[in-house]
Design a protein around this ligand. Structure first.
Ligand code: ARG
Length: 586
């Protein structure tokens, strides 16, 4: 049996049965938290006492008398008016960890969710023919981490990269390309950088003609109509823009060390065919109404200036469809075809109002309901070190690749300084893992809804809550394991544990519970906080409990190496869920 029940769950179960045996008519959920004074502190007696109209202290004593101490719970005592302090037996800690260590599925004994659902996650959605910016970075990084955590819980995840590949600007671009053939090289002949620079050139040139030449503007407008009506030649040229852009997207995602699957790149254009049907359904159901020729949806609580209601526009008066129609159609596709139970969007907070209206519309239509829900994991803005929205010194938006390159460069400096026995090639390889990890970790370790400061100096710092700190902790453990020679990691449940070993051990046990919580709350920062604390607890364990030098008795050394190894496995697993690598040597 590979899966292991966490000590928290074991204690919770015992406590729950003691609570309900004490007052069967008024049961309460025990809440367990780790505390400085005991392994766990239980709260829940107060709620029970309130329900049962009993004295909390007396009730707590009664609950204590119903808990059998033994294999798992070594000691339980009343502390304060309604709290219980619980101590776990050393043996139970080590046995539990040994079972995790023995799990060869790579899951550290963490069970899968009993009733997993299907989450369609909309993330990493750049726009065709446009440069990616730091906002797209956040969506990609947060989305990928959420996906990693959800997958680990057993959820089925389906990615959707809702790229902006449709709209009136393509009329201008396509018309220009038609009049200046050969400006875009075939995708197979360019790398990401060349692709983007070609696209930029075409964009600028076509914009210039568009702004200065009325006749061209008219031709571009007609081209939009041709595109929308599916004209073959127009579509072929449009496809060239999409393909060229994909070369660029892939090069950036590759730099980000992130796997993007072609079949999950399903842009706005993919929903074109379904949009008239979406409009028809909404109008028939009375969810949308005609107003000045347009098809719109109103909301009581969404008002603009002068208290005028702001509607969601499903179809414009000229018959055209926009962003809202594509998102509404995407919802139908994700709910009815992909059979999603959850729709998760990782999109900039500035689009929150759009999603609020889209979700409410879908609810009124019955496409979303109690069983199928939608959430926008709205993330905040990336700020510069000065606290203002991130820009270059010249006030321009920062190119994503430049930013990533700089992070890797800084990381190389850090790695080179520390590395004594690495070749230049090894330094480069580590620098990529350290630099990209640093960018991801800095993003993930702040609550997504908050703005965060893009500060490379802080990100690659060896001290503090950074990925480099965790990567070094991991690499140091690997080096200890290498140096241990013929002493191999082995659990010894018969040994008495040092306080620092207990603290580390209990934290190791909480890995699975943490991932489940972080996944359920879409809160990757809870996992980074866990990992950071793991590294800190490991450091104080290592300070206080010698592993190799001075050499402790063999069984103690083996047990400590076992704790080291399990810490390393937990670190590397947690980081992997977040999309961050942990090099074996640094
Ligand atoms: N491509 C859009 C942008 O760059 C983000 C798309 C978000 N997803 C969605 N389903 N609307 O702003």
């Amino acid at each position: 049996m590979a899966s292991v029940t966490s000590l928290t769950d074991l204690v919770s179960e015992q406590l729950a049965s003691a609570l309900s045996a004490t007052r069967p008519e008024a049961s309460a959920d025990p809440l367990l938290r780790r505390s400085d004074r005991a392994d766990f502190q239980a709260n829940g007696i107060l709620a029970l006492a309130k329900k049962a109209k009993a004295n909390p202290r007396d009730l707590a004593a009664e609950v204590v008398s119903r808990i059998t101490t033994g294999d798992v719970i070594k000691d339980v005592e009343v502390s304060g008016p309604g709290f219980l302090n619980i101590t776990i037996a050393d043996r139970a800690v080590v046995e539990n960890l040994a079972a995790r260590y023995a799990d060869d599925t790579g899951r550290l004994g963490v069970p899968l969710a009993e009733k997993p659902g299907v989450t369609v996650i909309d993330y990493a959605q750049p726009n065709v023919a446009k440069e990616m910016h730091v906002g797209h970075l956040r969506s990609a990084v947060i989305g990928d981490a959420l996906r990693g955590m959800l997958d680990f819980t057993g959820e089925t995840t389906i990615g959707r990269h809702h790229i902006g590949d449709w709209g009136t600007q393509f009329g201008m671009l396509i018309q220009y390309l038609l009049e200046h053939p050969g400006e875009l090289a075939p995708p197979s002949e360019v790398d990401g950088e060349q692709a983007m620079s070609n696209l930029n050139r075409v964009y600028k040139a076509s914009r210039a003609v568009f702004d200065s030449d009325e006749a061209f503007k008219e031709r571009a407008r007609k081209r939009v109509v041709a595109l929308q009506s599916g004209d073959k030649e127009t579509l072929e040229l449009w496809q060239q823009f999409v393909d060229e852009s994909k070369v660029y997207f892939y090069s950036v995602f590759d730099k980000l060390d992130m796997e993007i699957r072609d079949e999950e790149i399903v842009g706005e254009s993919a929903y074109n065919d379904g949009m008239p049907e979406t409009a028809r359904l909404l109008e028939e159901m009375g969810v949308a109404e005609r107003s000045e020729g347009a098809l719109v949806v109103f909301f009581d609580d969404i008002r603009g200036k002068d208290d005028q209601p702001v509607p969601l526009i499903v179809q414009k008066a000229d018959g055209g469809f926009g962003y809202a129609a594509s998102d509404l159609t995407a919802i139908r596709d994700r709910v009815f075809d992909l059979r999603a139970t959850t729709l998760l969007y990782v999109v900039d907070v500035r689009q929150s109002l759009h999603f609020k209206m889209v979700f409410e519309t879908a609810r009124r239509a019955g496409w979303l309901n109690d069983d199928v829900t939608a959430h926008n994991m709205a993330y905040g803005t990336v700020l510069g070190a000065d606290g203002k929205p991130f820009k270059t010194r010249a006030g321009e938006t920062v190119r994503l690749e430049d930013l990533l390159d700089e992070a890797v460069q800084r990381a190389a400096e850090v790695v080179r300084e520390k590395a004594k026995d690495l070749t230049e090639e090894e330094i480069q390889e580590r620098a990529e893992q350290v630099g990209i990890g640093a960018v991801k970790y800095a993003d993930l370790s702040t609550s997504p809804s908050r703005d965060y400061k893009f500060d490379l100096d802080q990100m690659v710092s060896l001290n503090g809550d950074t990925s480099v700190y965790l990567q070094y902790a991991y690499a140091r453990i690997q080096s200890i394991l290498r140096k241990a020679g013929d002493v191999r990691p082995a659990a010894h449940p018969e040994l008495e544990l040092h306080e620092a070993e207990r603290a580390l051990g209990l934290h190791l046990d909480a890995f699975g519970d943490t991932v489940f919580e972080a996944a359920a709350e879409y809160a990757p920062h809870k996992l980074t906080a866990y990992l950071y604390q793991l590294a800190s607890l490991y450091t104080s364990f290592y300070d206080k409990c010698p592993v190799i030098k001075p050499q402790p008795p063999r069984d103690v050394a083996e047990n400590r190496l076992f704790l080291c190894d399990l810490t390393a496995r937990t670190l590397t697993k947690g980081m992997a869920l977040l999309g961050i690598r942990t090099p074996e040597r640094l």
